[in-house]
Design a protein around this ligand. Sequence first.
Ligand SMILES: Nc1nc2c(ncn2[C@@H]2O[C@H](COP(=O)(O)OP(=O)(O)OP(=O)(O)O)[C@@H](O)[C@H]2O)c(=O)[nH]1
Ligand SMILES: [Mg+2]
Length: 257
Amino acid sequence: MYHAALAVDPERGIEEAPLELAVIIPTFNEAENVPKLLELLGEALRGIVWEAIFVDDNSADGTADLIRAIGRNNIRVRVLERLGRRGLSTAVIEGMMATSAPMLAVIDADLQHDETLLPRLYAAVRAGADLAVGSRYVGSGGVGEWDTRRQSVSRGATWLAQRILKTPLTDPMSGFFVISRDALKPRCRALSGGGFKILLDIAASAPMPLKVVELSYVFRTRVAEKASSAPWSWPNMPSCSRTRRSGISCRSGCSCS
Ligand SMILES: Nc1nc2c(ncn2[C@@H]2O[C@H](COP(=O)(O)OP(=O)(O)OP(=O)(O)O)[C@@H](O)[C@H]2O)c(=O)[nH]1
Ligand SMILES: [Mg+2]
């Protein structure tokens, strides 16, 4: 599945310029999507010195081995493989801690986020924002082909999160954003790491309000089949004991799956 197009061009070696941006990508059974995602990131981030940190929770489909195979030819690409653990938020936090980059992007591996927005998110943080979020609920943003049930569940969870956390974010459930390390650092130790919504966690852990920019994007439909979290799970609910014990995803709709 690996192809040579993903290797770094030796003429444009990245070791000469300081690292500017790390793209943190949590993965759980995303082998089918990883090569395409890297190709798209390469196109979108032209002109930026970036690296990709995948954080994989021991996917059964060989995601981590595939990333290692790509990484042997492309020093932009690294994987942190975690054994005996699951959790989207902790995966993102640990990925952020594993890079030296001053700017940190988070994007899903399943191609649902519009990677072409990344340069603008990055530019917004470079220009002085603490956090730039890809939002489905500003301007021309949207949720793509979601059915009405999923749309109303997402709207409800967003509304609740905004009320409880008093966050100014229009899309606090977004997993697509860029944050500066300087803004993240004072919040690191307060992050709960629970659940699946890292942006909520960061917003809730803010000792002082973050300077936030929101840019619109349209959520894409997943292409390769999903084998991970329930879409409508409550964001910060800890993994259930069944999953913690067995390592097998609960299919009953609880947030561990
Ligand atoms: N490391 C890690 N990654 C995860 C875990 N669960 C999901 N992911 C990854 O996190 C990203 C988002 O997960 P999804 O299941 O696609 O969540 P979603 O986009 O809200 O749901 P869908 O729209 O149904 O795809 C994907 O890249 C997943 O592979 C996990 O427990 N650990
Ligand atoms: Mg998804």
